[in-house]
Design a protein around this ligand. Structure first.
Ligand code: GLY
Length: 317
């Protein structure tokens, strides 16, 4: 079945503040450039999965986001990244957990799609990067290093790092932002796919596992696909992506599924956001956090969620 228009939605984190106007403008420019490139690929007939991989690579390349280049540092001053990919048509999840020194963690998740062992961590991730002949890459930016040095000087008082990297250098507050990147695509043949990639919370203890390479943070069927951002533990506790996708797959309208899931999340005091697409082409988003950094392309218009009111909100375009 051929569908007239593909749909794309991407996110670059959620949290409590953008900071100043200059950063908002830079984030919007970055998001729009990426959403247009992903849409162009989808419009040219690429599969949802290939479009998702491209979108994740582009976001991992941007120092504005906490994934790939620009990832936050963990408590020991190292970057460890995680990524999940789910093909809604094939109903296959693959992921990589706590990988270091690669440019595009999503590539490792994508490579694992056809294999029987589809989620690898730590040592397995290192071996996989070697098997794929991936050139070593240092994802640490000067700004992230500086933030970590400041935290060290403060004896690591902050519970986590700021996790949307700055387009320009401004003071980061420790609680101000939580991030990850995510890409959801509905292709011209009606196939859905979703990818999520993260540098984690920042300052976390060694071995901590993010939600992004689990079905709590990244999940799809033929009916819907969801990518989450925010506090990984909150996302895991709600099993948010799978919760919303299962509701839609069982026949609930995506707007109702978001409303119900985010009402539950609010009652449970969670801090996160999510983006989604339905098989019908409905673009959805929701947040309990103050801001959700997301942009979408409907085929007719580009929009974003950068300047929504604070508090819990859901929406469908
Ligand atoms: N959602 C990203 C993380 O908590 O690691």
């Amino acid at each position: 079945m051929t569908q007239a228009l593909p749909k794309v939605i991407i996110h670059g984190g959620a949290g409590s503040s953008h900071g100043h106007r200059e950063r908002l403008v830079a984030l919007r420019e970055d998001l729009y450039s990426i959403v247009k490139q992903v849409y162009g690929k989808a419009e040219a007939g690429a599969s949802a999965r290939d479009c998702v991989v491209l979108g994740c690579q582009l976001m991992e390349d941007s120092p504005h986001f906490n994934a790939g280049y620009g990832s936050v540092l963990q408590s020991d001053g190292q970057v460890r990244m995680s990524a999940g990919l789910m093909d809604g048509e094939a109903q296959r999840f693959s992921g990589i957990i706590n990988v270091s020194r690669v440019r595009h963690p999503i590539d490792l998740a994508a490579y694992l799609q056809p294999f029987p062992d589809r989620v690898l961590s730590d040592l397995g991730a290192v071996e996989l990067a070697r098997e794929m002949a991936i050139a070593p890459f240092d994802p640490i930016t000067d700004l992230r290093l500086k933030e970590w040095m400041q935290e060290r000087a403060n004896n690591f008082q902050s519970p986590m790092a700021g996790v949307v990297a700055e387009a320009v250098e401004v003071p980061a507050t420790s609680e101000s932002r939580r991030g990850t990147i995510g890409v959801v695509v509905l292709d011209m043949e009606g196939r859905l796919a979703v990818g999520t990639s993260t540098g984690g919370k920042g300052l976390e203890r060694l071995g901590r596992v993010s939600d992004s390479a689990t079905p709590a943070g990244n999940y799809a069927t033929g009916a819907a696909a969801v990518s989450c951002t925010g506090i990984g533990e909150d996302i895991l506790d709600e099993c948010l992506a799978a919760r919303i996708v299962v509701r839609v797959t069982d026949g609930m309208d995506i707007a109702a599924a978001f409303k119900k899931s985010f009402a539950e999340a609010t009652a449970n005091g969670r801090d996160f956001g999510a983006i989604a697409l339905s098989h019908q082409g409905d673009i959805a988003w929701g947040k309990t956090s103050e801001v959700l950094i997301a942009a979408y392309h409907t085929g007719e218009a580009i929009g974003d969620t950068l300047e929504l009111n604070s508090g819990t909100l859901t929406g469908v375009v």
